[in-house]
Design a protein around this ligand. Structure first.
Ligand code: CTP
Ligand code: CA
Length: 231
């Protein structure tokens, strides 16, 4: 009921945001993951709630407090994250800020793996592809509402052309590109600098700033784009 009285550029809308890394189990004590801190996604959730949206934040394993008035769902693996995102639908907007592990071990051992005395110095781990959460939600089955979809592209080289390729391949409304080869921004840092690329391939640069400040700018940009859409 409280939602009915929210004010702000996103009042009345449900934003689904995922954040952080995923962990893909190798055995009960080991996993594959990455260095994502989840800070950008949490900052976006906070900014979206400030703008009056109802916010569901699906978080991988991160060490961050839940922003005020945000509904948080904690998950571990990419498959769990996909299911939690699907369970949170329908959403007006989906922002995929999570650093989803692209692959997971083909099998998770039931008990702790031991070193094989016969295998010499090496060990081969067989991996399989994880589902693409963003591509799944951006192209729903017929009859199911499609959220307005925002992706992230963290790249080390050819940043804008890779990001543009992901925008088109994943059927997105907006992609947020950042160059993670630059020191002090992006992955696991408090600051970022990004370029937004919209569906018409127009670019909008947001210079180096704190993730909180950038999150507010990104949320304002999304609200503007939604306001322009024919409803
Ligand atoms: N993404 C996703 N599910 C995956 C992989 C990526 O939802 N299994 C989303 C990310 O949350 C991000 C966007 O897709 O919003 C781009 O992620 P990125 O890792 O840059 O792209 P990939 O398609 O995985 O391509 P690659 O890692 O090979 O560059
Ligand atoms: Ca990837």
């Amino acid at each position: 009921v409280a939602g009915c009285f929210e004010r702000g550029s996103l009042a009345g809308l449900h934003l689904l945001i995922n954040a952080g890394p995923t962990r893909e189990a190798i055995d009960p004590v080991r996993y594959i993951s990455n260095h994502s801190s989840g800070k950008m996604g949490f900052a976006l959730a906070e900014a979206a709630a400030e703008a009056g949206a109802r916010v569901t934040l699906v978080a991988g394993p991160v060490n961050l407090p839940t922003p005020p008035r945000v509904q948080r769902v904690d998950v571990v693996s990419a498959e769990d994250m996909l299911h939690a995102c699907q369970n949170a639908l329908p959403a007006d907007v989906f922002i995929a800020s999570a650093a989803v592990a692209d692959y997971r071990p083909a099998h998770c051992a039931d008990s702790k793996l031991k070193k094989d005395p016969h295998s010499g110095d090496g060990m081969t781990l067989s991996l399989v592809r994880n589902p693409d959460i963003l591509a799944t939600l951006s192209s729903p089955p017929a009859g199911q509402a499609r959220p307005w979809c925002v992706g992230f592209a963290a790249e080390t080289n050819e940043v804008l052309s890779y990001a543009q390729g992901k925008l088109q391949r994943k059927n997105l409304d907006l992609i947020i590109a950042n160059d993670v080869s630059q020191p002090g921004i992006g992955f696991n840092s408090d600051d970022n600098a990004v370029t937004l690329i919209d569906r018409s391939l127009q670019q909008h640069s947001l210079p180096h700033a704190s993730k909180q400040k950038l999150a507010r700018q990104i949320i304002a940009f999304i609200a503007e784009q939604l306001a322009r859409q024919p409803s």
